[in-house]
Design a protein around this ligand. Structure first.
Ligand code: ADP
Ligand code: MG
Ligand code: MG
Ligand code: MG
Ligand code: MG
Length: 442
């Protein structure tokens, strides 16, 4: 690994670090942390820090609640901002049980297990996410709203882009934390932004997504704005996605690239696409985890609703951008940033590998804009639809035994249980829409 225990201890001393956050996530991808002072760092680096797992959603029962945190030394980062009490650093941790085994409910472990399978086949899984988000105003109490004074559109420049200074601040902070920012721009909708950072091996990509969201939220806050990754915050405007760009490398070469084939894509790339398409319905409850996620996956906003792939247009589920060579990649367009990136990448990788192992062939690439075809034409063309809501997605997840296998029983059961509860609460709530439509009329 990059750092030794002594490296970390001396970086802490040299930079006046006073607090260290030991970070991990619950099964929904919510960042959790146990903060320690510098006096405890040796203990932490020796894997002796414990926490009570029973208080974390989707973890364990009270009787078996003691969990150990094992810091990943390479994840050591000192946050760029200075506080009154010195600086703060973080270590991302794996969770272990008292008997020294990885905890089955740790999402990072679920991804590591899937990555092990890829490594056994000689593959490195590279991932580049495109996280979109909104910057909204806060109200007089500092609470988030969906109000904005921004009037800019896609790739517009200031001064109409009020979020620009917040976005610059976000980029600079991320760079100080070791991110390579490839691009940042205003997105299609007013107040919507995208910042792209360079792809990396999947485990660090998942770690980066969580760090990214945290930095975006805290920078927005210091500019008096509120950042949200909610998939569809405003009806009638574009939602925020997290396009997930994926490739497999072997010995430093991109195995999705084949200069000898007409498309420039290898057979492995086709198998990978086929594997994703085979399992996509079962994976949707993970890639698009909220009731609200499905309000983004509607026609008309460059968000997919059908299971098709393409070499060109942006209405399909999977797009293969024109770049070849090292940049050859498969872009999955349905995921949103509300997902737990560890679980998302675990199932996507496993699905792709399933395609490779079983030599699956994808259907022909579509060449038309599939928003333009109606239901009957779609069915006649053999193009299936994505689940229309969270309930359908949960049912599809339960119907694909492969998903349970990748997640393991613990995560699968806890996840389904929580999502079914979420759906029940939502579907029995009387909404403002219903009152507006029915109260006076009936
Ligand atoms: P788009 O054209 O869809 O807007 P972007 O330029 O916004 O795409 O983002 C492309 C993402 O794909 C970046 O995060 C980039 O690092 C990533 N990427 C580039 N090459 C690869 C690759 N070989 N494997 C995975 N991701 C890659
Ligand atoms: Mg983009
Ligand atoms: Mg781009
Ligand atoms: Mg975008
Ligand atoms: Mg994209």
């Amino acid at each position: 690994s990059k750092y030794t225990k002594n490296d970390i201890i001396s970086m802490i001393e040299e930079n006046n670090v006073r607090f260290i956050r030991l970070q991990f996530t619950d099964i929904f991808g919510t960042l959790k942390n146990v903060a320690i002072t510098t006096s405890q760092i040796e203990k932490a680096l020796d894997n002796k820090c414990m926490f009570d797992g029973s208080s974390i959603e989707g973890f364990v029962r009270i009787e078996e609640s003691d969990m150990y945190l094992r810091p990943d030394f390479d994840s050591f980062v000192i946050f760029p901002w200075h506080t009154q009490h010195g600086r703060v650093a973080r270590l991302i941790c794996d969770i272990y049980t008292p008997d020294g085994n990885p905890f089955e409910g740790d999402p990072r472990y679920v991804l590591k297990r899937a990555l092990k399978e890829a490594a056994d086949m000689g593959y490195t899984f590279n991932v580049g996410p495109e996280c979109e988000f909104f910057l909204f105003n806060t109200d007089e109490f500092g609470h988030p709203t969906t109000i904005t004074h921004d009037t800019a559109g896609y790739f517009d420049l200031g001064p109409s882009d009020l979020g620009e200074s917040a976005r610059r601040d976000i980029c600079l902070n991320l760079e100080e934390m070791g991110f390579e920012i490839e691009a940042s721009h205003h997105e299609v909708a007013i107040a919507q932004h995208e910042i792209d950072f360079k792809y990396s091996e999947a485990l660090s990509a998942a770690d980066n997504i969580l760090t990214f969201k945290m930095v975006v939220k805290s920078c927005a806050d210091s500019h008096g704005l509120c950042a949200t990754f909610m998939p569809k915050p405003v009806y009638g405007r574009d939602g925020s996605g997290m396009h997930t760009n994926m490739s497999l490398f072997k010995n430093g070469e991109n195995v999705f690239y084949d200069p000898k084939s007409e498309s420039g894509l290898s057979q492995i790339a086709y198998h990978f696409i086929a594997g994703i398409m085979k399992h996509i319905k079962g994976m949707c409850a993970l890639t698009n985890p909220l009731v609200n996620s499905y309000k983004r996956l509607v026609p008309g906003y460059e968000a997919p609703c059908n299971i098709a792939w393409t070499l060109s247009n942006r209405s399909a589920l999977i797009r293969v951008p024109a770049t070849r060579g090292l940049g050859t990649r498969v872009e999955l367009r349905n995921p949103d940033s509300a997902c737990n990136p560890y679980l998302e990448l675990a199932v996507l990788l496993a699905a792709g590998l399933d395609g490779i192992k079983n030599n699956l062939t994808p259907p022909d690439a579509v060449t038309t804009n599939i928003y333009d075809i109606d239901e009957q034409e779609r069915k006649a063309a053999g193009i299936d639809a994505l689940p229309s809501d969270l309930k359908n997605a949960i049912d599809e997840m339960k119907a694909d035994p492969f998903i349970r296998e990748v997640l393991g029983d613990h995560v699968f059961n806890k996840y389904v249980e929580a999502k079914e509860k979420e759906w029940y609460e939502y579907s029995t709530t009387v909404t403002q829409w219903e009152l507006d439509q029915y109260l006076n009329k009936f």
